[in-house]
Design a protein around this ligand. Structure first.
Ligand code: PHE
Length: 464
């Protein structure tokens, strides 16, 4: 009975879009997107990402939401309802948030640490280049902040008040957008002359971000960009991990699914693009093209410099920015944890408390291991996308470059070839809605998605 009520709890399109956006917009947009874009040469990455968003993003979001709405099931059971033999896709999808949760909390902890610096007006130390790496390689502070961040996520899930929290998204997300725009505009006005007497400006940096430069790029390099952009797309719009299936299962039949998909995509991609405009010109100005490959630390190294250059305005914007970023991160991590907890509840019929506590023990232990990856457990692992990573990067690569493309590939085979796209099209056109991109959808789900994901998977396994 309770389940029935829960299954229709979104108040139409807006309720759905807000919840899905709360899950989608998070560290992926502000932290992950800019550092990948910078690493992969700005413009080329941007172009590839946007093309993938309107093709792959649209196809996979539509598919997953439709599967959820059609079956009215969470991911662990939805796929087997569609086809008995394909239930394991739900299980593979379930593993994705299991891998992401601990390292997401580690980054959430970094955000909290920076927030604490800004609210106590001690942010000046963070302007120095080496501050970030000395912080994360330290002990025990990163562990403590990770645990604080995780505890907040966990308490929200245990009390079951996530819906209430997500409601604040309506107010805070627009604030986030405005702040990112203000910071982006400021970034473009920056200019800096380094020790060699070279002056670099924010506008030049913006050029690197927007203008694709294919010169000197090999096919191999280009495939790496596509692989990075694809992994980022999956991560950012929260597909290929069952979350959108679960959200779809709560979506009322009369909601226009296409509109919702468009809104989520525009919102999520828009924020990512803006975040790049805020970070990349600043990185270029202060660190030049060489500084672009800084990796996961990028925003933590460059944003303090931007706020510092802003003077008084930075003292106000800095703390505000980290508050809103922390909020956006929390709304995403509660959706990650909720995905695991609700799957355990569905599967084993455990109570919310029991499922949550088990996830807590797991995530706390794994979270500590991720933090220790920068000191006691330090190693250097070369990854197929040309980077060298620690535990966090390896887990990130595993979920976004292996598991998610695999889930996407299997889903496209199931829908494109086994049960046929008509099943999804029927669900999208409920209530006599016209499916405007039906032709694109069919070509994508049958041919483009499986073929490209297959190629990218081979590449992610380092096979070429
Ligand atoms: N999409 C979220 C972000 O961009 C992260 C996320 C990953 C959320 C996996 C849910 C599941 O930060």
């Amino acid at each position: 009975m309770e389940k029935k009520q829960k299954r229709s709890s979104f108040s139409g399109g807006i309720g759905f879009v807000m919840a899905a956006a709360g899950s989608a917009v998070g560290l992926g947009n502000i932290w992950r997107f800019p550092y990948l874009a910078a690493k992969d040469g700005g413009g080329v990455f941007l172009l590839v990402y946007v093309i993938l968003a309107v093709t792959f993003g649209f196809t996979l979001l539509t598919t997953e939401i439709a599967i959820g709405r059609k079956t009215r099931q969470g991911p662990l059971t939805a796929y087997s309802r569609i086809h008995k033999k394909f239930g394991f896709i739900g299980f593979l999808g379930f593993l994705v948030p299991v891998i992401i949760l601990p390292y997401y909390c580690a980054i959430g902890g970094w955000v909290f640490k920076y927030l604490s610096l800004y609210v106590t007006n001690t942010q000046d130390i963070a302007v120095a280049d080496e501050y970030f790496s000395s912080y994360i390689t330290g002990f025990p502070e990163p562990v403590i902040w990770m645990l604080i961040y995780f505890a907040i996520t966990a308490v929200i899930i245990i009390l079951g008040v996530n819906k209430g929290i997500e409601r604040y998204s309506k107010i805070l997300m627009p604030i986030l957008v405005v702040m990112v725009i203000v910071i982006a505009v400021f970034s473009m006005t920056l200019s800096y002359t380094d020790a060699d007497g070279v002056t670099r400006t924010g506008l030049e940096g913006l050029g690197h971000y927007f203008i694709p430069d294919f010169s000197g790029m090999t096919i191999q390099d280009f495939l790496i960009v596509v692989m990075d952009a694809m992994g980022q797309l999956f991560f950012s719009i929260s597909v290929a991990m069952g979350i959108m299936v679960a959200y779809g299962s709560y979506m009322p039949k009369e909601t226009n699914m296409q509109k919702s998909v468009n809104h989520i995509e525009i919102f999520d991609t828009g924020i990512a693009l803006l975040a790049g405009m805020m970070i990349i010109p600043a990185v270029f100005v202060f660190a030049g093209l060489d500084g672009m490959s800084a990796g996961p630390g990028l925003i933590f190294v460059s944003l303090p410099k931007v706020f510092d250059a802003m003077g008084i305005a930075g003292k106000v914007l800095g703390p505000l920015f980290f508050i809103v970023l922390a909020f956006a991160a929390i709304t995403s991590s509660i959706s990650i944890m909720e995905a695991i907890v609700s799957s355990l509840m569905d599967k084993f019929h455990w109570s919310r408390l029991k499922s949550s506590l088990i996830v807590c023990v797991y995530a706390a232990i794994m979270g500590v291991i991720v933090c220790l990856g920068y000191n006691y457990l330090y190693f250097e692992q070369a990854l197929p996308n040309g980077t060298v990573g620690q535990i966090l990067d390896v887990m990130d690569f595993l979920s976004n470059n292996w598991l998610m493309p695999l889930v996407g590939l299997l889903t496209s085979i199931l829908i494109g070839w086994v049960v046929k796209p008509d099943m999804i099209i029927e669900e999208v056109t409920q209530g006599k809605v016209r499916f405007k991109r039906k032709g694109l959808y069919i070509v994508m789900i049958k041919f483009v998605v499986p073929i490209l994901l297959f190629i990218l998977l081979l590449q992610s396994f380092g096979l070429f």
